[in-house]
Design a protein around this ligand. Sequence first.
Ligand code: GDP
Length: 369
Amino acid sequence: MVKKNDINKSALKVNKGIDQPSQINENAVKKITNRVKPQLKIDDYINGILDGNRTILSRAITLIESSLFEHQKLAQQIIEKCLPYSGKSLRIGITGVPGVGKSTFIEALGKHLTSSGHKLAVLAIDPSSERTKGSVLGDKTRMEELSVDKNAFIRPSPSAGSLGGVARKTKETIILCEAAGFDIIFIETVGVGQSEITVHSMVDFFLLLMLAGAGDELQGIKRGIMEMADAIVINKADNDNLLKAKLAKREYENALHLYPPTESGWTPVVDTCSAINNDRIVNVWEIITKYIALTKNNGYFDKNRRDQSVKIMYETINESLKNSFYSEKNIKKLLDEFENDILNNKISSYVAAQKLLEIYFNKKKIDYK
Ligand code: GDP
């Protein structure tokens, strides 16, 4: 047995060793921290954007998409400063069900535009992208040529929850892209729901891509969406599909005749194209330019832009009030109680709503005192 005094002689004794080197390589840390992007000042953002610097533009858009308060504050300042330089582009909405050929079409038309001296930004609105981790419209393999074109800028959909939130970020991104000198903006959305109504509210021209042979229901296109379209283009009009596409064109033309005249004074056009063969893509662009010429001439173009801006103000107010109400701590707690009371017939829905609103506005009064 080892006596207490002999402990120092025992093999069990742990000698104090030499100081071990840190497990972290300090030199590497220094290198990495030097590599971390330096914080940009507001003027760096503004000058970069106005210079057309795409890296800085991307970083500013990332601020818009961030939910951090500090980022939002900075983003709003940048947007404010960019506003006077915005508004000069053509904003074109492109919709259609997945698989209709949106990215192939955008690649074909986009290359035509950049090669004729235009600067094109392609933005996307896909509120489902959080679920699918951005794969629907954010897939890197889409628009391969356009994504390396120095006159094109492609930004996938912000992957944040509500459609309202995604839409607001896209509208703000449009402002920055315009300030950066992009004169044509495509806003792409998957034509399966509410998002095309949102896109329609922020563009000058709305293009619906369709397929021949698949029924409207199959394509998930509601009548309302067709009614919003300034042009319906039937894609994949090639090979065995060509005849079907021509027939579909006639059918859609007949259907459109039944719609009421548009406020813009424009009669919506139906055409066919083959995005993959680059066939009749230029025709689609001609349709768009004709529309722009007509509506600029009759005043609708500017009126529509003004109406859209006013609408954005109301939407922002609605969205902010809603967020403020539902994020109020007290309200959050009370909502469950009131819900239960409604379910147990203790209170009517209207009285419950009224009471909650009163509580909310009284709380705000106290906050502002
Ligand atoms: P998106 O999901 O609407 O963006 O559709 P994509 O552009 O990814 O196209 C879906 C599929 O249709 C791809 O396999 C394309 O190659 C094909 N495609 C796109 N345009 C055409 C076309 O004009 N003709 C034919 N035959 N195929 C096409």
